[in-house]
Design a protein around this ligand. Structure first.
Ligand code: 2AM
Length: 588
């Protein structure tokens, strides 16, 4: 297996290449593929460049999105245009499928193995059947753990509550986890201290949306409106303790974790990944033990270590293609965490190496920033919906990060590790007219836009802004109501006097649903006039259906007001998108 690095010279000499690729945002390539994709699109590559190279593509996508599996389709086409030959039809994994993307993966894998076997028997001398799990465990863990005696441990590892020490622990733990975190997700960009945690919704509306204000406590990071803040959540201490106890681990042991194939030289180099860390700290900072469900391979490996026959049988069934749908129900639909799965199969004792390798990584969570750095120096604000839901078996589940944030008290001195990222919504210059659509927490980035524009407007006149907001009830979840109303009055940036407007859709305040797209259609002429003056459209919020429904509303407007047939209206909007005047930031 290769990293895509070095592809420039090596790609045409490969025999067979297998690509597994996801799609992010609105049909974008994942970050780790960007350089490769740019390279592959070069015009000077001849259409014979990859002749003789065989390939297979499997895409990970979500058919809820308009550009479903867009990147895998583009990649497949480009490889074929460059002369490479597909050995199997591209596979399209769909997260919306009742059995998850594995429903498409299983048949794709089995055709892939059989094709590979036909091409070259040395791939699988025993035939592809040996991939079906049985009593043997073919693999070995890819990592090695060294246990250190306490007296040999670096003095820097002794407990100390200062920020530098916390930063070191995070960097150490996360850079030790091979392949789990990219380099930019090991050492935090900065630490934040919570200074405000305010509920924005009333209990009766059934939603808990909160406004958080944080202060920079280490370095101040420069960010822009529309940027993203990623936060590393803290896991529940009791869950971490239960996991350690369930796995018979010593929380106070000092460990280092290395990839197995690491050479001696690297092993002895003094990097943060080579300094021992407490096992409990390592688990806390890198292994999601109580929230993310493990993947199918976890069950396969568990089956090997199960000593009770009925548990072994059940785990083997879960890991087999026949058990796929039942595993999906048990695991993904019910969102069983690693800890819960291990508790359901008490005879399993998995070595820590396997656990480190297979427990899902503790991921940072990304939120759209809702403040303008010009309006709040040394601060960053978020608008977060506290996630909780019932599984099909009526088990209450809640989002790790939002639930943790909601319980934090600004009086406590807790340092929150954070990373800043550029968002999909580029900051608009003051002279650009704006059409903003942000129902629910989709309003977050637009708080920053409006705040910033109000400040810019104090020195010189800014272009008009139309803002479309949607929520359930006027009295329940009209987020930042006073803020929007104040900017829509007395010559504010959303006021009619400034050519702007505030339009709110209350979806549940009348018998029929009223959504932002209805308000957009009602303001057809106003929107068209602004578009012809060069306005940019910005859409943010839930990814399920809202962005495509809103696109349809704009399509209607362009068609009606611009007198264009439907296909031309779509092309017109696509051109807008290409010109950087149609932006979408959607999240699930
Ligand atoms: P609902 O929950 O009453 O269906 C913020 O979440 C608001 O977005 C809510 O009022 C929600 O309405 C609404 N919403 C749900 N689906 C939507 C869609 N496809 N397009 C626009 N708004 C939608």
């Amino acid at each position: 297996m290769h990293c895509i690095e070095g592809y420039k010279s090596s790609l045409p000499h490969e025999d067979t290449i297998i690509f597994v690729v996801s799609t992010t945002g609105q049909g974008d390539t994942p970050d780790s593929m960007k350089v490769f994709w740019k390279f592959l699109l070069q015009r000077n590559l001849s259409k014979h460049w990859l002749e003789g190279v065989r390939y297979a593509v499997f895409g990970l996508g979500d058919s809820g999105y308009q550009k479903y599996n867009f990147v895998s389709k583009k990649l497949d086409k480009r490889l074929s245009d460059l002369g490479a030959m597909a050995i199997v039809e591209k596979g399209l994994g769909d997260d919306q499928h009742p059995s998850g993307y594995e429903a498409a993966l299983d048949p794709w894998m089995s055709s892939l193995w059989s094709m590979l076997n036909q091409i070259n028997e040395k791939f699988f001398p025993q035939g592809p059947d040996f991939l079906i799990p049985d009593m043997k465990l073919i693999d070995q863990p890819k990592i090695h753990i060294t246990y250190h005696s306490v007296d040999k441990v670096d003095s820097q590892s002794s407990p100390n509550s200062d920020l530098k020490w916390i930063e070191m622990q995070i960097e150490r733990a996360r850079s030790m986890s091979p392949g789990k975190f990219t380099n930019d997700k090991t050492r935090p960009n900065c630490f934040l201290k919570l200074i405000q945690n305010q509920r924005l919704t009333r209990a009766e509306c059934g939603k808990d949306v909160r406004h958080f204000e944080f202060e920079f406590v280490s370095s101040t990071i420069e960010y822009k409106v529309g940027d993203i803040l990623e936060v590393l959540p803290s896991q529940n201490q009791a869950a971490v303790d239960s996991f350690i106890q369930r796995c018979n681990l010593d929380p106070d042991a000092f460990i280092t974790v290395h990839p197995k194939e690491m050479n001696n030289h690297l092993l002895h180099t003094h990097t943060s990944a080579n300094v021992p860390i407490k096992l409990k700290t390592f688990v806390e900072l890198t292994m999601d033990v109580a929230s993310a469900p493990p993947r199918r391979y976890f069950f396969e490996v568990m089956s090997y270590f199960a000593t009770a026959p009925h548990e072994k049988e059940k785990l083997q069934y879960f890991a087999s293609p026949e058990g796929r749908d039942d595993l999906y129900q048990y695991n993904q639909k019910e969102r069983r965490s690693v800890l819960e799965v291990l508790e359901d199969f008490p005879s399993v004792q998995m070595p820590f190496e396997w656990l480190v390798q297979l427990v899902p990584p503790l991921k940072t969570r990304a939120f759209s920033i809702s403040s303008s750095p010009i309006a709040h120096s040394n601060q960053v604000h978020l608008t977060v919906s506290v996630v909780s839901w019932m599984t099909p078996f009526k088990r209450k589940r809640s989002g790790l990060c939002s639930t943790w944030l909601a319980k934090l008290d600004p009086e406590q001195s807790i340092y929150i590790p954070a990373w800043f990222q550029k968002g999909a919504l580029s900051p608009p210059p003051p002279s650009l007219p704006l059409i903003l659509v942000g129902p629910g927490t989709g309003c977050a980035p637009f708080c920053g836009f409006v705040e910033e524009r109000a400040i810019q407007n104090e020195s010189s006149a800014t272009a008009p802004v139309l803002f479309f907001f949607g929520c359930r009830n006027e009295d329940g979840d009209f987020l930042y109501r006073d803020f929007w109303l104040s900017h829509s009055q007395n010559g504010g940036v959303l006021s009619e006097a400034k050519g702007g407007g505030l339009f709110v859709a209350f979806s549940r305040d009348q018998p029929q649903k009223v959504y932002v797209q209805h308000k957009v259609r009602e303001n057809s002429r106003k929107i068209w006039n602004l578009l012809t003056e060069g306005a940019a459209i910005y859409i943010a919020g839930s990814s399920t259906k809202m962005p495509s429904d809103v696109f349809l509303a704009f399509e209607d407007i362009v068609s009606k007001e611009g007198g264009l047939p439907r296909e031309s209206a779509v092309r017109w909007l696509r051109t807008l998108e290409k010109a950087g005047r149609y932006h979408v930031e959607a999240w699930s």
